[in-house]
Design a protein around this ligand. Structure first.
Ligand SMILES: [Zn+2]
Length: 652
């Protein structure tokens, strides 16, 4: 999902410089990593869903086909019933004291899912309704989102079972990702869903947490959606059958190689369709929002081929964009396989491209969540963080350095905004931790999204576009239709960028890594001839202090690096006559003293003049003037430097 609200509240301030767009923004990655054509089909669902838009209920029925793809027999299933997060205020979701992240509005109308039957069929064995022995509660806990379902006999590795299931959903008033507002319905997390079984036989099952998203096995979803004929349906996957019957609109959507299915139905949708790079894109939007829909299509015209070139071709034939009406804005900014939700008012101003940003972000999730199906509960940075980087990279490749705005000749980049936001929380807690462990919604947002993006953007600025493109390209291709972890991401960086970059990535993510470069001293004085008492050739002589008349100067620049991270940086020495000289420092040690000899005095020095290290804690100490040439009080100099930094953030 996107944290547009945070960004919107922030636009207008900046302190980081932007860089030029990569010259070859859409070139095929050099990565030759193999790419899978299809996923292993582990959990497949054939359902029929019937909507009552007045009672806001969905009647569900169908079959789950599940294979034990692990290496050990399993004696129980774990089934997520995430609609129960909205059943009462004792659910984990509504109980967790999370502020500072989206979805904080109080619920107006409760929601729930009631499983009626859950009958297992196995070849040669008697059918049995497993729900009779299911356990919806953990001990002394009223949350009902994570059910344990014991099996009468173990399901062996490689063995498949079918489960015939019927259930009833009551949709909540729209909250965060799902529910209704008036006649608009967004139906996500709406069916009994088998948790993911890891290869070692461990169930990755979780109650629905406020700050966490999802994690599932791939399969085929074959879902027939049945709504009143006046409603328009948007859903995962292409339509394979469509008819009007008895006042009802019935559409069957079938999509393989995905791990979720969401749908929306509304009687006031307008739509636009366009084929982009071979993908049938359909935008559903409330009447009057045509301008937003136009902007969403324009974004996807860039995004689909761009992401394809960087991370492998988008493999599905369709993409549906749902732009919720204003009263259902909480359904906006969310991702499901082949279906994304966006947001923004019909009058959303062009000078701050938030409609474009949210569209780019949610489309990016087709890769980092959809195709590279990481565990969003245990490692939220692997989808939201990597995707926030992908979003900023794509926006900059498309819109240039002023990707978030251009006013009166000044520009503001997505990267600059994310850097400032991410650095605010860097010392609070680690980036790489499970979603429910974050102490506040603000930390979650700043660290998982912005800090991760800033770490990756720093690596790009320090090591260059091409190595970082290869690293992420390798990762996205190698792990398409798989479930990688943090080590797999780090390994891609080690291979494509080097061990040092891999180490920095790991430390920044796991160890609250930080860095602060400082120019500690700049000394430059006229070379003096020797002065004092000397014993030379058997005689003692005293040489007077005298001025050098040859115009020679000598001195040094002392640069230090504090913190646990290190990146190679440039140091720029400036002379009194305005000329400059650059020195590269590998910064593996904590400090360096750069000797200076020249015919002109040094006036100052700055470390990392391009601001490649967006992670730098404190920019005000990156510059110092020569001790010998102070012409203004230190405090004035600091103010001048801050003014320069502000101007750098808003590069003309
Ligand atoms: Zn997101």
């Amino acid at each position: 999902m996107a944290v547009v609200a945070t960004l919107l509240s922030w636009v207008g301030v900046g302190s980081a410089s932007a860089v030029s767009p990569p010259p070859d923004g859409t070139r095929e990655s050099a990565s030759d990593a193999p790419i899978r054509a299809h996923a292993d089909l582990v959990a497949s669902y054939t359902f029929r869903a019937t909507l009552d838009p007045v009672g806001h209920t969905v009647r569900g029925e169908g079959t789950i086909h599940w294979t034990n793809a692990s290496s050990v027999p399993v004696s129980e299933l774990w089934v997520h019933l995430y609609l129960n997060a909205f059943k009462n205020d004792r659910s984990d979701f509504l109980r967790e004291p999370i502020l500072g992240f989206r979805g904080s509005a109080p619920i107006q109308d409760w929601g729930a899912i009631d499983v009626r039957t859950f009958v297992m069929r196995r070849p040669g064995k008697e059918s049995v309704d497993l729900w009779l022995h299911s356990d919806l509660h953990r001990k002394e806990d009223e949350d009902e989102t994570d059910a344990r379902v014991p099996l009468p006999t173990p399901v062996l590795p490689g063995e498949a079972i079918d489960i015939d299931v019927t259930w009833d959903d009551k949709l909540p008033s729209i909250l965060e990702r799902t529910g209704y507002a008036g006649s608009f319905h967004f139906v996500g997390q709406w069916f009994p869903k088998i948790a993911r079984l890891e290869p070692n036989g461990r169930w990755a099952h979780f109650p629905f947490h406020r700050l966490a998203e999802f994690y599932s096995d791939f399969g085929i979803y074959d879902v027939t959606v049945d709504v009143p004929s006046s409603f328009v349906i948007g859903a995962t996957g292409p339509v394979v059958e469509r008819r009007i019957e008895g006042g009802r609109r019935i559409e069957r959507h079938v999509q393989g190689d995905v791990h979720d299915f969401a749908w929306s139905a509304y009687d006031r949708f307008d739509e636009k369709e366009e084929t982009i790079d071979g993908v049938d894109v359909r935008v559903l939007f409330p009447r009057g929002y045509t301008f937003d829909a136009t902007r969403e299509l324009a974004t996807l015209r860039f995004a689909i081929p761009h992401f394809g070139s960087l991370y492998g071709r988008y493999p599905y034939s369709v993409l549906t964009v749902v732009h919720p009406p204003r009263e259902a804005a909480e359904a906006g900014g969310m991702e499901y396989p082949t279906l994304i939700t966006t947001g923004g008012a019909w009058y959303a101003p062009l000078f701050a491209p938030m409609v474009e940003l949210v569209t780019m972000h949610e489309f990016g999730h087709q890769y980092f969540y959809g195709l590279v199906a990481t565990d969003e509960v245990s490692w939220p940075f692997l989808d939201e963080g990597v995707n926030s980087y992908a979003e900023e990279e794509a926006l900059e490749a498309w819109l240039g350095a002023g990707s978030l705005g251009q006013w009166s000749g000044f520009t503001l980049s997505d990267a600059a905004v994310q850097a400032v936001l991410g650095n605010r929380a860097e010392h609070d807690e680690p980036v790489a931790q499970a979603a429910p462990l974050f102490r506040t919604g603000e930390d979650y947002s700043l660290l998982v999204y912005e800090r991760t993006a800033t770490i990756l953007e720093t690596l790009r600025r320090v090591y260059g576009d091409e190595p970082i493109r290869r690293a992420l390209g390798r990762y996205a291709r190698r792990f398409r239709f798989e479930h990688p972890g943090p080590d797999d991401l780090a390994r891609s960086f080690e291979v494509e960028v080097g061990a040092r970059a891999g180490d920095a990535l790991h430390a920044a993510l796991f160890n609250e890594g930080w860095v602060d470069y400082t120019v500690s001293e700049v000394s430059s004085r006229s070379s003096e001839t020797a002065a004092g008492i000397f014993d030379r050739d058997g005689k003692r002589v005293t040489l007077p202090r005298g001025k050098n008349t040859g115009g020679a100067y000598e001195g040094w620049v002392l640069v230090t690096r504090r913190g646990t991270l290190s990146f190679p940086v440039d140091i720029e020495l400036t002379r009194e006559d305005g000329t400059t000289e650059r020195v590269r420092w590998n910064a593996e040690e904590a400090s360096t003293r750069i000797p200076y000899h020249g015919t002109v005095a040094l006036s100052g020095a700055v470390v990392d003049p391009e601001h490649a290290v967006l992670l730098d804690d404190d920019l005000s100490n990156n510059h110092a003037a020569a001790e010998a040439v102070h012409r203004s009080p230190r405090v004035t100099e600091r103010l001048v430097y801050w003014a320069e930094l502000l101007l750098q953030a808003l590069v003309p």
